[in-house]
Unconditional design. Structure first.
Length: 256
């Protein structure tokens, strides 16, 4: 398990170092790319790196997890500018054969509670509770974000003990309620329409969803930390989905 995690982190670091060796883990002839701004296949990955200004990239992977054939990471990037990103890689017979990601520009300052989009705990715990935690978080996203049952919000948390890393929202449930109310008053609606994937390892669960942020067709990557059967912490990255005419591959943003 640790081997593919390490290889994945080294692959991401090679974006910064320029070392071609870690890229050998990518399947030479069968690599499906879901980043819509990158061409398909191994050559698309290579060409994207070549387009970077020399010595401009920085990569610091803060969290790495594995769920069966998937490895998913949470990374602090400078990749055509400072960004926070989630990457998901699917392995087959020891090689990476598919990649998804979501990137968001790094905010200039911490959120109202002083948290960044990347700080906080990194240690995986409670591996025996992975499936239960995935089911809890899937239910939360379905009930609250898709169905809008805000009256059930408190059921998923241990009182007000909730740490928030979204750049616009403060800690605790009142921070979430306040932010949603403020956005609604400003005419900005967050609409989750479909959950495409739920991945987890121990106390960390990543949910990949599709929906709308205002008028923007968007992809939502939400990472949750679960503690004692309740949601304790949340990180996210939101990226607008480009129009089809701008896509450099035909694989779609999701396709799990």
């Amino acid at each position: 398990m640790q081997d593919v995690k390490h290889q994945t982190v080294q692959l991401l670091k090679s974006i910064e170092t320029g070392d071609p060796t870690p890229a050998r883990i990518i399947h030479e002839s069968h690599y499906v790319q879901h980043n819509l701004s990158v061409c398909d296949g191994l050559q698309g990955f290579v060409d994207a790196l070549k387009a970077l200004p020399k010595n401009s990239a920085k990569v610091d992977t803060v969290r790495v997890f594995q769920d069966a054939d998937f490895v998913f990471t949470h990374t602090n990037y400078n990749f055509f500018g400072p960004k926070i990103g989630f990457d998901v890689f699917r392995f087959e017979d020891g090689n990476i054969v598919e990649h998804w990601d979501n990137l968001q520009a790094t905010p200039a300052k911490p959120n109202p509670s002083g948290h960044t989009m990347i700080d906080g705990p990194t240690e995986v715990r409670d591996c025996d509770k992975t499936q239960a935690n995935k089911e809890l978080v899937r239910s939360f996203v379905h009930d609250i974000f898709i169905k809008g049952h805000m009256d059930r919000l408190a059921e998923y948390f241990d009182g007000e003990h909730y740490i928030q890393h979204n750049p616009h929202i403060g800690d605790h449930l009142w921070g979430l309620r306040t932010a949603l109310k403020t956005m609604s008053q400003a005419g900005i609606q967050i609409l989750y329409e479909r959950v495409h994937q739920v991945l987890g390892e121990g106390n960390f669960v990543l949910v990949i969803s599709e929906g709308w942020l205002g008028a923007q067709h968007s992809c939502f990557y939400d990472l949750f930390r679960v503690q004692a059967g309740k949601i304790a912490e949340h990180w996210d990255v939101i990226e607008s989905i480009a129009p089809v005419a701008e896509h450099k591959n035909n694989n779609g943003k999701f396709g799990f």
